[in-house]
Write a protein that binds this ligand. Structure first.
Ligand code: ADP
Ligand code: MG
Length: 735
């Protein structure tokens, strides 16, 4: 590496020890760091409009003279500072909260300043609150009419210094930068080289050049991410997994099952280390003659009480194809709430069991695990397959028995919560793993369950949280993806209405009518806090109000996270049996609850919920064949909240909702991104640059397919960068 780039930041023009200290605070130590510290945004000073043209709602840059400065202390000792900025056309108020030092800075300035921020309508003058600003006037040799970069900074480091430093770094040291991307790649993708791009990103000639520079740098960032994922995928494909004899099962051919039990445990271990596991005779040992002849698909169709949708059939087929291959499967099945993922899982587990392997299905909550346990039992037990439930709330004895059945192989399927991955749970011959509701589990938990298997079991991850494609490509880029993009027939789209709190009487009146027709309803109480305790209290309050007032004549039940497991069961069961008309609940009902006759959901203070949560909640209704309703009661004040409510009333498509969510909240806050050190994007923006992400993904796959370990000379620097990033991520994970 060229030594010039390692020059300490203090030696850059205008920095010195005084400002180097602030740079160090934000992790910038060398000239190279300065070059790679990119502007957060730009300020176009080529054409600054007169103040009179700044309209409320706009983000503007204004230039003028400070006329009056006033500060006022308000209750709580907070200081509000106001200054009037004036030009020939008019004036605007600039306001700072609790930054009393700004007053002195303004007074010390030449009086002529430039300010940037969002305009709000004010009583007398319009206003910009907490503007970014800079004093002009002293002749510092900076040309004024151009596009200015604005850097992400800490207090104490003026933009002027950062700009001068970046300019000096570009002019003196840019020559030392070496482009890690081979020129052939740049040419084929029509991208500019690194030097040109860095110059234009720091000191753009015009908007078009700045955009090209951004494109090149964002591409590079996406490429590293996608290469990492592509390499990981290629890696799993090289490991040995289980090749389930799917073809034979489908053909109804008798399959030969090996008898693992007859082998010494030590010899089994040995096979494990080689990565190839041996299937073991399970229920076929008893009933093989009768069962082995039924073609797999026939059995699938017979065990389900409904016709599979086309989408379900396709996804099951995709999983079967994976299962047949001798590599470990890592597949994500996305399907909106109610799309019928459980049936898909059951069909795949049937194939695994018929091949002689055990299956595990892990769900994030006990309610959901029990629900899965029930459905899976209903499908599989008539075929002679034993399904055991393993959850935390079981009594010690029950748990022990279930554990034993799993350990000695007399149970072929284990359904449970994370209790499944706890120590002490042993499988005899685990070959297929289903993880439901992926976003609640970390990658590590997924791995823990997988490690309970022999060799490398196939893993099917199911999520009801539709994930925008861009996120799937990054977060789950190491998984193959199947999408159940069709709901079972006869489902009527849920009608969603946004209502204001004062309209409650009307809502209750309509609801009573539906209850009289034999429907049931959920009330989800406002999310008052993160604390389960406070949520429970809020639910209790709503419960009391409803059962004593508007719904005194109806049977009302209560469900919240603080209740004992047994009490929860009783309530859920009586709601299921229609011994209750209304269930008041906290978000504990968000996942898994399936009561088809419940066709109305009232969500109180809906503005307090996130979009994906609203969508999950709403998914509890619309499961039967009657028209369902979702009533969002709220008085949203913020723009985001209004947008969320609006989206909910406009669509029931989970993917559309997920895309909107991503737009509103940004990728950092999406469900599932908690564990994503890898999403640390500095230049690229997953929403704005989505198309570029696709391109980078395609390029990465092509590169890895011809050079899986990036050993080619042309990838030397890229490979180095990846290793560097990996060790950074490892450090993050450890700390
Ligand atoms: P998900 O887990 O995808 O939200 P479930 O597997 O819980 O959905 O299925 C939702 C409901 O739809 C269940 O009551 C299930 O029995 C039913 N169901 C699933 N697939 C079909 C189908 N192909 N036809 C009719 N009903 C179905
Ligand atoms: Mg489900």
């Amino acid at each position: 590496m060229a030594s010039g780039l390692n020059t300490e930041v203090q030696f850059l023009k205008g920095v010195g020890p005084r400002y180097a200290k602030f740079y160090n605070k934000i992790g910038i130590f060398t000239v190279e760091d300065v070059l790679l510290n990119l502007p957060r945004r730009y300020q176009d000073r080529r054409n600054i409009p007169p103040i009179s043209e700044a309209k409320p709602g706009q983000m503007v840059t204004v230039k003028g003279t400070i006329r009056r400065i006033e500060s006022r202390t308000v209750s709580g000792g907070r200081v509000i500072l106001k200054a009037i900025l004036e030009d020939r056309s008019g004036a605007i108020t600039l306001t700072w909260f609790n930054q009393p030092w700004v007053r002195k800075q303004l007074e010390d300035s030449s009086g002529e300043i430039i300010a940037f921020g969002t305009v709000k309508a004010g009583q007398y003058l319009d206003e910009i609150a907490s503007p970014e600003w800079e004093s002009l006037g002293e002749d510092d040799g900076e040309e004024f009419a151009k596009i200015f970069p604005i850097y992400p900074l800490t207090e104490g480091l003026p933009q002027k210094v950062a700009r001068a430093a970046a300019k000096a770094a570009i002019e003196t040291y840019l020559g030392f930068m070496v482009d890690p991307l081979p020129s052939g790649l740049l040419k084929s993708q029509n991208l500019r080289d690194l030097k040109w791009s860095l110059r234009q990103i720091h000191m753009p000639d015009d908007e078009a050049s700045q955009k090209l520079a951004h494109k090149r740098l964002a591409f590079e960032e996406f490429l590293y991410l996608q290469l990492e994922l592509a390499m990981r995928r290629a890696q799993t494909k090289q490991e040995m997994g289980i090749a389930f004899p799917i073809e034979d099962l489908i053909a109804g051919k008798e399959i030969e099952l090996q008898h693992a039990l007859e082998q010494e445990p030590s010899s089994r271990k040995e096979k494990v280390t080689k990565g190839v596991s041996q299937p073991q005779d399970l229920f076929f040992s008893v009933e093989s003659e009768r069962r082995s002849g039924v073609p797999l698909w026939n059995q699938v169709h017979e065990m389900l009480p409904f016709e599979l949708t086309k989408a379900q059939r396709r996804v099951i087929g995709e999983v079967f194809d994976d299962m047949a291959r001798p590599f470990p499967m890592n597949r994500l099945v996305q399907g909106d709430v109610g799309a019928g993922k459980t049936a898909v899982a059951a069909a795949c587990m049937l194939a695994a069991v018929r091949s002689g392997y055990q299956c595990a299905m892990m769900a994030p909550t006990e309610i959901l695990a029990e629900q899965h346990g029930k459905s899976i039992r209903k499908f599989l037990e008539p075929l002679g397959i034993r399904v055991e439930l393993l959850i935390g709330k079981q009594g010690a004895k029950e748990r022990k028995l279930a554990g034993e059945a799993v350990a000695n192989g007399s149970a072929q399927v284990a359904v449970g919560t994370h209790a499944l991955i706890q120590e002490g749970v042993e499988f005899q011959n685990l070959g297929f793993v289903v993880v439901d509701e992926q976003h609640r589990f970390g990658v590590l938990q997924r791995k823990a369950l997988r490690d309970k298997g022999i060799g490398n079991p196939d893993v099917l991850v199911m999520t009801a949280t539709p994930i925008p494609r861009t996120l799937t490509m990054t977060l789950y880029g190491d998984l193959d993806v199947s999408i159940i993009d069709e709901l079972p027939p006869g489902r009527k789209p849920i009608k969603t209405h946004a209502k204001k709190p004062f309209e409650r009487e009307g809502i209750y009146r309509s609801l009573r009518e539906l209850l009289n027709q034999g429907r049931q309803a959920y009330f989800v109480c406002p999310m008052v806090s993160e604390s389960e305790k406070m949520m429970a209290a809020a639910a209790e309050e709503l419960y009391d109000t409803l059962r004593m007032q508007a719904f005194a004549e109806y049977r009302v039940g209560l469900l919240h996270g603080q209740m004992k497991a047994a009490d929860k069961d009783v309530v859920m069961e009586s709601f299921r049996k229609h011994e209750l008309d209304i269930l008041v609940a906290t978000t504990v009902i968000e996942v898994g609850v399936d009561v088809p006759n419940a066709s109305v959901m009232v969500i109180e203070d809906a503005n307090r919920f996130g979009l994906s949560q609203l969508h999950q909640l709403r998914g509890r209704v619309g499961r039967g064949d009657t028209q369902s309703y979702c009533i969002l009661v709220s008085d949203p004040k913020s723009e985001d909240a209004m947008k969320r409510i609006e989206v909910m009333t406009q669509t029931t498509d989970g993917f559309v909702i997920a895309e909107e969510d991503l737009k509103i909240r940004g990728p950092g806050n999406m469900a599932g991104t908690e564990q994503s050190g890898q999403l640390d994007l500095k230049v690229a923006d997953m929403v704005r640059d989505a198309a570029l992400l696709e391109v980078a993904r395609g390029v990465a796959m092509k590169i890895v397919s011809s050079d899986p370990l990036l050993e080619g000379k042309e990838w030397e620097m890229v490979h180095q960068k990846l290793k560097q990033k990996r060790s950074d991520v490892a450090l993050i994970t450890i700390s």
